[in-house]
Design a protein around this ligand. Sequence first.
Ligand SMILES: *[C@@H]1O[C@H](CO)[C@@H](O)[C@H](O)[C@H]1NC(C)=O
Ligand SMILES: *[C@@H]1O[C@H](CO)[C@@H](O)[C@H](O)[C@H]1NC(C)=O
Ligand SMILES: *[C@@H]1O[C@H](CO)[C@@H](O)[C@H](O)[C@H]1NC(C)=O
Ligand SMILES: *[C@@H]1O[C@H](CO)[C@@H](O)[C@H](O)[C@H]1NC(C)=O
Ligand SMILES: *[C@@H]1O[C@H](CO)[C@@H](O)[C@H](O)[C@H]1NC(C)=O
Ligand SMILES: *[C@@H]1O[C@H](CO)[C@@H](O)[C@H](O)[C@H]1NC(C)=O
Length: 367
Amino acid sequence: MLAKSLPLLALFLASANAAALPYRRFQVRSTAADSTDTMPPSTAPANATGGCSASSSWQFDSTNHANITSGDRSFLVHLPANYDPTTPHALVVSFHGFKANGKKQELITGLSEKGLTLNGKGIVAVFPNGQFGPGKNGNESIRAWQGAPYSPPGVDDIAFTQQMVQQLSDNLCLDSNRFYASGKSNGGGFTNLLACTPATASLFAAFAPVSAALYAGANPTNCTPGRPVPIISFHGLADKIIPFDGQTADRENRTEYATPNITQYREAWAERNGCSTSAPVAALSSSTNGPKIGFDAVVSHPHADTTLKTSDCSAQDDHAVLNGFTVKGLGHSWPSTAGLDGGVTDFNATTANILPFFDMHAMGASS
Ligand SMILES: *[C@@H]1O[C@H](CO)[C@@H](O)[C@H](O)[C@H]1NC(C)=O
Ligand SMILES: *[C@@H]1O[C@H](CO)[C@@H](O)[C@H](O)[C@H]1NC(C)=O
Ligand SMILES: *[C@@H]1O[C@H](CO)[C@@H](O)[C@H](O)[C@H]1NC(C)=O
Ligand SMILES: *[C@@H]1O[C@H](CO)[C@@H](O)[C@H](O)[C@H]1NC(C)=O
Ligand SMILES: *[C@@H]1O[C@H](CO)[C@@H](O)[C@H](O)[C@H]1NC(C)=O
Ligand SMILES: *[C@@H]1O[C@H](CO)[C@@H](O)[C@H](O)[C@H]1NC(C)=O
């Protein structure tokens, strides 16, 4: 008799859970689908920057590129083919890894490929160049971002990023509700630092750290963004540079190269964004901050060898989500079918997940 009633009980529990989680994004998902695709693009209005009503002296070449230099800094800008100087476009900034540069970052991310859109319009993709630091042995001259043991001393890349975004806003027609930051390795660590810093956590709508080098300077213990922050994180289980399990020192026993266990890093973001680490999922039906779910409440397998844990613990209007993609067999690479950054995956992180995620998260969303 008990056995007979079990299916009914299961049905009852399932519907009780559904009622406790009243948002569309909490509904049962197809396991084959990428769960990031189940929330619709944000309907936040565009917020036109000054560049929509001003002229600019920036010159773009026949491939729609410009290298903008400002003092001792530079960044590579790519305009979409259909760029309209009177229509606000989303801005995606992508920070290169240690030893790399903006041009290389453009190549591995594919962010300047034809046809990419956010909010239905072509994206402006920007690839800044880091300053030259001392390298890992302290005696070289190698590009790097703030937050690593090998960062150039005294360089304020947060201030540089703010100034760069201001210049872009003044010269191009951008949508300031749709500024996004992404980066690989050292650039992924810096992307995390931008998310941890109130001034930039409120400048960019969402963040994509990939194979992030989360040294202490890039992942401060007092990370206080000032708002729940949407983050999409990718990390390979075969990463030997920044191991998924974390490390207390590098191969040369240098403790300044310590990096966190990536699962714990993600859980820390989920908690910071409002997830409870202790209460079971079903008990978290409501609170003053809206519904919450546990940080590993939704697990899916959107691609071969890939596990996605979605932790959506936000109040109903801020859409703060932590999406953690863990890729079996992937090393220290930006996931790409073409192996543009070394490792080959059966999906392109940029188009399959990062841009759709960005599209769901904009500033200025109304309830
Ligand atoms: C920008 O700089 C890179 C690296 O120096 C170079 O390869 C590229 O051709 C430059 N692009 C433009 C538009 O000047
Ligand atoms: C820098 O130092 C390392 C180790 O101390 C040494 O192996 C390397 O040759 C040096 N590089 C340069 C460019 O001097
Ligand atoms: C990483 O953290 C997770 C979550 O706390 C834990 O389950 C896992 O065992 C940790 N991995 C290692 C290698 O310590
Ligand atoms: C690192 O520390 C371990 C354990 O103390 C030691 O065996 C090893 O030789 C050290 N490696 C280097 C490069 O110093
Ligand atoms: C991934 O990107 C590369 C380079 O842009 C492209 O050649 C390839 O077709 C893309 N793969 C998929 C599955 O979209
Ligand atoms: C538009 O952007 C400005 C400056 O970034 C900000 O102060 C303002 O609140 C935004 N307005 C809307 C409607 O999002």
